[in-house]
Design a protein around this ligand. Structure first.
Ligand code: AKB
Length: 312
């Protein structure tokens, strides 16, 4: 049977670029974009779009049946900063949507699932540098708890119900096409918009808070590579560590200043500092490299060049 894809949360930061890339690979008519609201003009005009609420189980099932969907990418989620403010809503969105697609696969209605996890599954007791694939995981955020639980459920459905679910622990993602929303790593995107518009940026994290980050092109490539890998190569059915680059707000500001000399940064940490402090600084992704040949392409300097060139 031909691959027929549904992306839930297609208008978000990852969903937008993922949808466009999947349409290039599989043909526009084979990739259905679904979201609770309409997205960018480029996305809306590039192929089929359906309004769908990720928490509406029967609406998701109806869409899968109507379009004869084989693969679902469940990209809808409430991210770390917003989830601290709306804990119950975050739990319901992040968990119920996952159960819906896991159960659709369990009953044979779809074949394959991609579900995004995050570095937020780690916590303050996790080794901070080169965080291994298997280590202490005691997340302290609402978002991290939902992602950690989701990972357990993915592995459970794989082990007990033969569900082909694949997942990556995304670091902070940096993109120029679509803004992120509600995350702790969002500063690394906001800073470019502010640098180009105002020439200055007030950062909500401390200058030496080092976090794992990745340029969107690498994240999209990783997502497609893990989904295309033969099933027996995907050994981790919870989620894979994935690494791109690590930097502090001060280091990214220096890299921007090299290209925009008048740029100035100030620091005014808020509640997101505690979230960032609970996360790793760098990630060991050797399992992903070993199992499905993952390799990152973009480092800090290349990413800053791409961001500034495209946003200009
Ligand atoms: C966030 O900051 O909440 C996300 C993430 C690291 O998953 N970008």
């Amino acid at each position: 049977m031909a691959t027929k894809i549904l992306i839930i949360g297609a208008c978000g930061q990852i969903g937008t670029e993922l949808t466009l890339r999947l349409r290039e690979l599989h043909g526009a008519d084979n990739v259905i974009a679904g979201d609770i609201r309409e997205g960018s003009e480029e996305l809306m005009q590039s192929g089929p779009f359906e309004i769908v609420d990720a928490t509406d189980k029967s609406a998701v099932e109806d869409l899968c049946m109507y379009y004869e969907i084989t693969d679902v990418y469940l990209m809808a989620a409430m991210l770390s900063a917003t989830a601290e403010k709306f804990a119950t809503k975050a739990w319901n969105l992040n968990m119920n949507s996952l159960f819906t697609v896991l159960n659709l696969a369990k009953s044979g209605k779809i074949e394959k699932i991609f579900w995004p996890s995050s570095i937020a599954v780690f916590g303050p007791t996790t080794p901070k540098h080169d965080t291994p694939q298997h280590t202490i995981m005691e997340p302290t955020t609402v978002y991290g708890i939902s992602k950690q639980s989701g990972e357990r459920w993915c592995e459970y459905y794989f082990n007990n119900n033969d569900v082909d679910v694949r997942s990556i622990r995304y670091p902070g993602l940096i993109s120029w096409k679509t803004l992120p929303g509600g995350g702790t790593t969002d500063y690394a995107v906001d800073i470019f918009h502010a640098a180009l518009k105002e020439g200055s940026y007030e950062c909500f994290l401390h200058k030496d808070t080092e976090l794992p980050m990745m340029f969107m092109d690498d994240a999209i490539r990783a997502t497609i590579e893990i989904m295309e890998a033969p099933a027996d190569k995907v050994k981790q059915r919870s989620s894979y560590n994935l690494s791109g680059m690590s930097f502090t707000p001060e280091q990214i500001a220096v890299a921007i200043k090299k290209r925009i000399p008048e740029f100035e940064i100030t620091y005014n940490p808020d509640f997101r500092q505690a979230i960032a402090d609970s996360w790793p600084s760098s990630i060991d992704d050797s399992e992903a490299t070993k199992d499905w040949s993952w390799n990152r392409s973009f480092d800090l300097e290349q990413m800053v060049d791409e961001m500034i060139d495209n946003l200009k």
